[in-house]
Design a protein around this ligand. Sequence first.
Ligand code: ZN
Length: 293
Amino acid sequence: MQAKVMLGFDMETDIGSWTPFYEGLVRGTPKLLEVLAKHNAKSTFFFVGDAAREHPEIVRMSASAGHEIGCHTLYHETIGDELFPIPGVKPVLPEECCRRIQVATDLVEQALGDKVTSFRAPRLWGSTAVVNALEDLGFTADASYPMYFYKDRLIPYHPSREDWAKEGDMKILEIPNFADMTIQSKDEFGRDRDQWPLFRTEGAEAMLSHVDNMLGFYKEKNLPAVFCFYMHPWEFWEMPQGLVHFGEGSVLPDPFIVKNCGEVALKELDRMLSMLRDRGFEFATAADLAKEF
Ligand SMILES: [Zn+2]
């Protein structure tokens, strides 16, 4: 099988859950679409329901450019298992998952005027309750599994109703987000093996060295090489550095979260896509993978 790359863009407020602003979504998305068009890189755009309601024109702009539209929860809330603590956001109850995904999906579908069948959980924090809800709602792909954290599933798989991180007989396809499993991790959660946000903070070459490591790893194990990436529109528009004030206080994102957003990120994405094409990668959407696996 030809090596495949699935680019997933999580269409949310600036700096993820850290701000309520849509500057990156509105201004970064057109620039991102230009780079993708240059490489004919068909991708999946996972919209937060609130983003689709506030900016339906960005949903339609992304779909018109030939990309798949998916869902990324209602408000970028933590919908699955909390893998490590972050300030101010606690998970919704498992019994709330299905209803929230349904409301979010309705908003994305209203903006799109078509069905949505692919999902990604914010921060890749999925859960057994989430995949069960997705299966019941008719979704065919979920691109939430963080390879760096669970480590076991290295290629797309059909999960178990009892444990989403294990193989089973569900219809939905779970697509692991790639991490470099060939390097030693120095982080208690294995986050330094994850692909994000290396293209932006360290550059395209650094990212490709991890891609090459994993290409060798898949070849050695005789597994199909499928690389799933996650990125965000706000990475392609300059983000504020330092304290961001709104409401009744300020937040201070860690420096790497906002480093090189804007022109540098656009240039590195462009270079990364050239390098992937040079290596013979084929671009696939989540829906394409759901049909193939
Ligand atoms: Zn997100």
